[in-house]
Design a protein around this ligand. Structure first.
Ligand SMILES: CC(C)(COP(=O)(O)OP(=O)(O)OC[C@H]1O[C@@H](n2cnc3c(N)ncnc32)[C@H](O)[C@@H]1OP(=O)(O)O)[C@@H](O)C(=O)NCCC(=O)NCCS
Length: 210
């Protein structure tokens, strides 16, 4: 994951990473060369926008503020976005977790960034028992995000589909689940959820995020 992110690649949102000039990664150490934090930034070729791609320093407030200041100094006068894309360091989730990164969030806001409430995540341990399953669905490989796509078809028509990510270190993401409007309210969504979570478990996930 580290090699991928240092090379400026990401399995999820790869197209957005392709638009960036080579990311710069900086590491901050103490006097004994112990790593205290690291962050990465880049500019976009097309419009010159700047990006703080990722930043980690164990939510230490002083360090976080220092690293953000440093990144903004290096990026110079331009619009700057932070945590806009998924990175190879995560399961592919976009954004900054408001619950788990409160210090980084506050430091970004103090530096003039404005938060945008884009996603809400949920998690569950696997297996989830007691869910129904679909009688039949086709499973195909999916490239972006890397994983599998499940589809329920009836009479040549697609009724329902779900996308799951290939689990990483026991974590599997349910990226999408949908039922066509005409087929909703008949239990298909719940049944496909059961099948999708079983497939995630079969691929090695012990926990799922959606
Ligand atoms: C969400 C969705 C997949 C549900 O599919 P479905 O086949 O209609 O769901 P089911 O018939 O299996 O219902 C499962 C449960 O969800 C509940 N439910 C379904 N749609 C709901 C809605 N819009 N609001 C609240 N509850 C809902 C049902 O009442 C049922 O609960 P119950 O067993 O306690 O009665 C479907 O509405 C959909 O495709 N929505 C648009 C796409 C979407 O928003 N996907 C989720 C984002 S990834």
């Amino acid at each position: 994951m580290l090699a991928e992110v240092l090379a400026g690649r990401s399995p999820v949102d790869s197209g957005w990473w392709d638009e960036l000039k080579a990311p710069v990664t900086e590491v901050i150490c103490d006097e004994t060369s112990t790593v205290l934090g690291a962050f990465s930034y880049a500019t976009r070729s097309g419009d010159g926008a700047g990006f703080i791609l990722w930043l980690h320093c164990r939510e230490d407030q002083v360090l976080t503020e220092a690293l953000i200041t440093r990144a903004l100094d290096q990026l110079g006068q331009r619009p700057v976005h932070a945590f806009e894309f998924a990175s190879a360091l995560t399961l592919g989730l976009e954004g900054l977790s408001a619950d788990h990164r409160p210090v980084t969030r506050r430091a970004l806001e103090a530096a003039g960034f404005t938060g945008c409430n884009l996603w809400r995540y949920m998690r569950a341990d696997l297996p989830v028992t007691g869910l129904p399953h679909v009688a039949h669905c086709t499973v195909t490989d999916c490239q972006d995000p890397p994983g599998k796509r499940l589809e329920v078809r009836e009479g040549g028509e697609s009724l329902s589909e779900a996308t799951i990510g290939r689990p990483t270190a026991g974590f599997g993401v349910l990226w999408w689940i949908g039922v066509t409007p005409a087929a909703r309210g008949r239990g298909l969504g719940l049944a496909l959820l059961g099948s999708a979570l079983d497939l995630l478990k079969g691929l090695g996930a012990i926990e799922t995020i959606l």
